[in-house]
Design a protein around this ligand. Sequence first.
Ligand code: GLY
Length: 383
Amino acid sequence: MSPLARSEGGASAARRESVRVALGDRSYDILIGPGLIDEAGAEIAGRLPGIRALVVADERVAGLHGERLRLSLDAAGIPSSMLLLPPGETTKSFEHLMQVVDRILEERLERGDAVVALGGGVVGDLAGFAAGIARRGMKLVQVPTSLLAQVDSSVGGKTGINSPRGKNLVGVFHQPALVLADTAILDTLSPREFAAGYAEVVKYGLIDRPDFFAWLGTHREAIFTGCDERVEAIAASCRAKAEVVAGDEREDGNRALLNLGHTFGHALESCARYDPARLVHGEAVAIGMALAHRFSASVGLCPVADAEAVSAHLTAAGLPTAIHAIPGPAFTVDELMGKIAQDKKVVRSKLTFILTHGIGRAFVAADVDAEAVRRFLTAELAA
Ligand code: GLY
């Protein structure tokens, strides 16, 4: 039996999984499987009877899947309209937030009505934030259409926009009422986008699920081609995230483990000026996780063989694992250290990082010596 097994559907053609995020009266289900977008209306109507909906969609995604969602809402008797937004990180702005909120008010939607986010992390974060503040908090349904959004950003209630001073600096925690992850939709992603999302899947194995990491090693290709293993990997990832979120909704403790690879990753994204031609978020996380393991090995915390196994797995998935893999002008160690210090609290030259004792043994290290990180990065840049 698979180490992940808690399946409901068995190995049928239309495998379905359901993961519960247990948060008391704000608990919700994540439904996972191929073709779910056609059942979105029925699933929403069953949980939120009598609602009206504003679908907030990435215009590229709406062109591919918007009509199916609309037909499904119509069939379930849910009156809806759609607001299209341009794709890309710059959409997570105050200007677009105002646009979504204004449309909610223009349509006279009430607190019991729903915002339905159709798209990747950008639309999910923006629409989720609008749902969290309009009418002091409306219902939110996430219909994530990227792998990254299905396994990470649509789950757990983090919403927000970017400020000119940095990413995700303005937002609220607002849990959805339902997440519908249609795994067949991922077939329309480019291989690069899919691989970037896969980095976040690997992350759950690296944090505290060594069996899952081993299982990914055997089933990676099937996950990429869209077999039942894809549903299983997404469900296992959502289960892992749901457990962490249920235990620490507002990141006062262990939720920080979900940031494995993100301190290095955010610094790299920032140095690359968030230019998707150079680096997208999942790629930055892949490099960041490889760096977190190599750094842990360099200070004697983690076996070198584990750090090598992590890089080998990410490389096989088509992901970068070293800073020099990022195209364009080289970064300097000062630039990187400046971004790392900005990202994390520095107390008397000590940094907070997610480090690891080995695969599946990540921990929060609040006393990492900034000079040791500088020496490590200098060596990485020279490699
Ligand atoms: N993506 C990290 C978190 O949701 O906490």
